[in-house]
Design a protein around this ligand. Structure first.
Ligand code: UFG
Length: 339
């Protein structure tokens, strides 16, 4: 059974390709390589022994997307990762974000209809909840207005799928609302490779520990949390990848309760920035220089998932400990830097 993975050479995409192949799925990747490297294919092949098919083009190009569906006429389902994802950059380049993230989804939905591909799993984000009034967040928690154009693209993409599914009974979509994905594959053959200075916490930590950055800045210690630093639900990327495989299985086995569904994908546990930093130092026995600075604008104070509904419906649960995850992140960074 062939699955199209868009953005399959990226961070979460590559881990998902591996898990799909482990479950016997045949994978074709579409990626424009705007934020990933072609060598990822070699490393996927090293892990699974199978090289996925690959097509390089931009899914916001309608003709090319149509031609792709014509050529690959045996696709059973799509996992759509390909999107721009930098929160800060999206403020400066809002049109690019809207065009890329919305148009590529619409082109895929159009192709699904025209070429009878019934199922899609979509990368959404807990960003759609903003700063929730009640924690943890369930799927019933109301969405809030997005804090950034990036976050807004996720909310609008969810709405596009909801509306399209409403009028097209033959189309099924599942949006997975990720919390904070971190870590890398245990082989250290694939992981996160941010371009330039990392925005996200864990890549900044690992690069600082590796000597690429002078010091980690902890953004704010006066939040209303136990130690004053912000709290997130950090999910291991391999656990997250497996959630995509079960979502695909759910659709292929026709277990969906409605043709548009959405689930939280987190661990259900919140860690503060300070807790995470200290755990990283302890688990990996490394020095890490850090200092507390002012808050980062646009950051929310705390969020973590209630995973009850997703665990029950998908039959999936995050399994890796935070220690395993932080150790995998460090192993990956060392491998990349040749340490
Ligand atoms: N942080 C630091 N120092 C850093 C980087 C981050 O203290 O150098 C802090 C942040 O202030 C935040 C926490 O670490 O409190 C996590 O920050 P990340 O940037 O790793 O993750 P965010 O929670 O800000 O962002 C993530 C995803 C986005 C998504 C957002 C939704 O990266 O895609 O969650 O809330 F939109």
């Amino acid at each position: 059974m062939q699955i199209l993975v868009t953005g399959g050479t990226g961070y979460i995409g590559s881990h998902t390709v591996v898990e799909l192949q482990n479950q016997g799925y045949d994978v074709v990747i579409v990626d424009n390589l705007s934020n990933s490297q072609i060598e990822v294919l070699d490393n996927i092949e090293k892990i699974t022994g199978i090289r996925p098919a690959f097509e390089q083009f931009d899914l916001s190009e309608r003709d090319k997307t149509d031609a792709f569906f014509k050529k690959y006429n045996n696709i059973s389902a799509i996992i759509h990762f390909a999107a721009f994802k930098a929160v800060g950059e999206s403020v400066q380049k809002s049109l690019e974000y809207y065009r890329n993230n919305l148009v590529s989804l619409m082109n895929l939905l159009e192709g699904m209809k025209k070429y009878s591909v019934p199922h899609m799993v979509f990368s959404s984000s807990c960003t759609v909840y903003g700063q929730p009034d009640v924690l943890p967040v369930t799927e019933e928690t109301p969405r809030k207005e997005a804090e950034s154009p990036y976050g807004n693209t996720k909310a609008i993409c969810e709405d596009i799928m909801r509306d399209y599914c409403k009028s097209n009974e033959d189309i099924n979509c599942i949006a997975l609302r990720y919390f904070n994905p971190i870590g890398a594959h245990e082989t250290a053959l694939i992981g996160e490779l941010p371009v330039g200075v990392p925005n996200n916490l864990v890549p900044f930590i690992t690069q600082t520990a590796a000597g690429l950055r002078e010091e980690l800045s902890i953004f704010g210690d006066n939040y209303n949390t136990e130690d004053g630093t912000a709290v997130r639900d950090y999910i291991n990327v391999v656990d997250l990848a497996k959630a995509h495989v079960v979502a695909i299985d759910r659709m292929l086995k026709e277990k969906q309760k409605a043709n548009y569904e959405y689930f939280n994908v987190g661990t259900g546990e919140g860690y503060s920035v300070m807790q995470l930093v200290k755990a990283f130092i302890e688990v990996n026995k490394v020095d890490l220089k850090y200092k507390v600075v002012g808050r980062r604008s646009g950051d929310i104070e705390k969020i973590w998932a209630d995973t009850t509904y997703g665990n029950k419906e998908l039959g999936w649960k995050a399994e890796k400990t935070i220690e395993e995850t932080l150790s995998s992140a460090w192993k990956w960074e060392k491998k990349v830097r040749g340490l």
